[in-house]
Ligand binder design. Structure first.
Ligand SMILES: [Fe+2]
Ligand SMILES: [Fe+2]
Length: 357
């Protein structure tokens, strides 16, 4: 059977209650570019918006289904915990801290993690987005001092830009079962087990260059999560082509594990299945890419539909207009409060967003 080449993360999909609020946050405050505006192909009367670093969309694309009618979700078994973007340096981290603070976005940190220094941001729906920079021989005292200096950041410059995902964090119950599942079915066989400074157990998946891209947090106890506003709906891994997807599908089918079969999403092809804890996973092809149906410099400017639903455009546009007129959410959002340490699961009851000096 062909070996599978997972190339790290492809995209991560969450749920938002309001496309306009979500777009303002991720484009204007997080500095990403909207690279596609479409509809959920399995629920065509609701939007699906894609944001990414425009120079490296695979591995940096965060996407959102707009479902205003859903209650606020929360992470747990079956609902991944958070997503992390990498930045260049501790100076970039400091710029992000003050940029977001000055715009009333909740920020927690800095924290020293086994993989770098991090701050955490809460988006308007309550999703936790981590911003992390490699340690580069620095210590936490230096990073805290840097962040304590207080700077005025007028815009997001190239030095600050979110480069790509550093990792997605999923909650799992059984470390050995997670490793066996990924090794047998997804072809991910290089894992490191880490006990961090807080005593938490993580499983870390490494790619061929030994770069981490996926964390499984294995808490002592875990409850089921809820898919809703602010929750992660699914995590997608990148593969070169359909041959890799077919290999995974054959492995899943050999033991009757439920999967979607290969689905044409027009900008990539997808295969969906669940891990042992019920988390929805996707394996997506790198190509053909977002520029297949609109010029690169105009990506995400208008609603695009895959050809097989283009004939439904009038009904879709009417439904979206109705959704907008009924939508209760507005900018500026009432940002939810971040847990004191957002990496803690189950979350601590103590709440604070101050610099932890
Ligand atoms: Fe993290
Ligand atoms: Fe997806």
């Amino acid at each position: 059977m062909k070996s599978v080449g997972i190339k790290g993360l492809h995209h991560v999909t969450l749920v938002t209650g309001n496309y306009q609020v979500n777009s303002t946050f991720y484009v204007e405050l997080m500095g990403l570019r909207r690279v596609k505006l479409s509809v959920n192909q399995d629920d065509v009367y609701h939007r699906h918006a894609f944001y990414a670093n425009p120079t490296s969309t695979v591995g940096s694309t965060i996407t959102f289904f707009e479902w205003p009618h859903l209650a606020r979700g929360h992470p747990g078994l079956g609902v991944p915990h958070h997503i992390a973007y990498r930045v260049r340096s501790a100076e970039s981290l400091s710029s992000w801290y003050w940029w977001l603070k000055s715009r009333s976005v909740p920020v927690a940190g800095p924290f020293e993690r086994f993989y770098g220094f991090s701050i955490y941001v809460c988006d308007p729906d309550g999703a936790i987005v981590e911003i992390v920079t490699p340690k580069d021989g620095l210590n936490l005292d230096y990073v805290k001092e840097l962040l304590n200096r207080g700077i005025e950041v007028k815009h997001i410059d190239d030095e600050m830009k979110l480069i790509a995902f550093d990792h997605a964090t999923i909650i799992g119950q059984d470390a050995e079962l997670v490793c066996r599942f990924y090794e047998k079915f997804v072809g991910v066989s290089t894992w490191e087990k880490v006990i961090d400074e807080g005593g938490r157990t993580y499983l870390v998946a490494l790619d061929d260059e030994r770069n981490a891209y996926l964390h499984y947090l294995i808490p002592n106890e875990a409850d089921y999560g809820l898919v809703g506003r602010g929750a992660i709906h699914h995590v997608a891994f990148a593969v070169d082509d359909e041959l890799d997807q077919r290999s995974i599908m054959r492995r899943l089918n050999s033991v009757n594990l439920s999967n979607s079969g290969i689905v044409d999403r027009f900008w990539f092809r997808s295969l969906y299945f669940r891990d042992p804890d019920g988390n929805l996973l996707e394996v997506a092809t790198v190509g053909p890419g977002y520029a297949v149906d609109e010029p690169w410099d105009q990506l995400g400017n208008k609603l695009v539909l895959p050809p097989w639903i283009e004939s439904m455009r009038p009904e879709i546009e009417e439904a979206l207009a109705k959704l907008d007129s009924d939508n209760p959410f507005r900018w500026p959002p009432d940002f939810p409060v971040l847990p004191e340490d957002p990496e803690v699961y189950p979350p601590s009851q103590t709440r604070s967003n101050t610099l932890n000096t």
